[in-house]
Design a binder for this molecule. Structure first.
Ligand code: ARG
Length: 273
């Protein structure tokens, strides 16, 4: 199990181009820096090792370290990454920096031929916690054709991929509406999925815990599970209840500045092997 995360400091973080419905307000860079430091500390206190990639000037979304590559481990080839094809041009420029970071550390690079299609890393591609399969969101950012190409590549390594169509623009990445709590239990916002997708999700887990739309747009389904903690930007009685039933304790970390860009704690790191 990976117990290391990769983060990127918010030195050049900003809201410029509107890439999702949350991006309406200017950010406060000083507050953003504090919030990022608090998150890094919370991850360390939860027992995770935090690795850092250097931020790059003018790449204002590079702080969202979940998106640029998909990270995995396979018995066949060892540690690997699948580079993303980001929907927005400015974000495409983040990808080579991340690929280089992983290349230097010995990861195999599985480059897909994605011309004209989009695949946005762990924004849309989530490991089942026992690594038996991968859940793959598409519709707003990643495209179905890209998910199919990704699926073919993962099939060769023995990992089935379950495509899930997303239908609510406030849940434009799968990590805003699906959060595995352990290999049997998941937190979802059901309204984010097409009927088929919702049926697939329901069949794939023993226990399904539901968030309301308000909780989902408050990024409560964008948490990080680490050593029995659930790091989340806020809690409600419903979420507290769910966490208690799964033996998890909430750790609340304010991410209001990053929410103005459409992301919260899960988006701000990548779990790495
Ligand atoms: N402003 C960023 C974008 O729209 C936010 C990315 C959030 N990342 C995530 N994994 N949900 O691309």
């Amino acid at each position: 199990m990976p117990d290391t995360v990769l983060m990127c400091p918010p030195t050049f973080f900003d809201v410029r181009e509107v890439k999702n419905p949350y991006m309406r307000h200017a950010i406060d860079p000083v507050r953003a820096q504090h919030q990022w430091e608090n998150l890094r500390r919370a991850l360390q206190q939860a027992g995770l090792t935090v690795e850092i990639i250097d931020p790059v000037k003018d790449l204002e979304d590079m702080v969202f370290a979940a998106n640029q590559v998909f990270v995995g481990y396979s018995e066949k080839i060892g540690k690997f990454i699948v580079p993303s094809e980001m929907r927005y041009l400015i974000r495409q420029k983040e990808v080579p920096h991340y690929v280089e970071w992983f290349r230097k550390r010995g990861y195999q690079i599985i480059a897909l031929d994605l011309k004209g299609e989009c695949l946005e890393g762990h924004g849309d591609l989530l490991w089942h916690p026992d690594h038996s399969k991968i859940w793959a969101g598409y519709g707003f950012r990643s495209t179905r054709a890209a998910v199919d190409k990704f699926s073919a590549a993962m099939h060769e390594l023995g990992f089935p991929v379950a495509p899930l169509q997303l239908v609510d623009d406030h849940c434009y990445h799968l990590d805003t509406c699906l959060c595995p709590l352990n290999h049997e239990a998941v937190l979802i916002y059901p309204g984010a999925y097409s009927a088929d997708a919702l049926q697939n999700v329901r069949q794939g887990w023993k226990r399904i815990h539901e968030l309301t739309r308000e909780e989902a747009v408050g990024f409560m389904g964008n948490g990080i599970v680490a050593n029995r903690h659930y790091i989340t930007p806020r809690v409600t009685p419903n979420l507290q209840n769910i966490l208690a039933r799964e033996g998890l304790t909430a750790v609340v970390i304010d991410t209001s500045e990053f929410e103005k860009s459409g992301g919260s704690v899960f988006c701000m790191k990548s779990l790495i092997w």
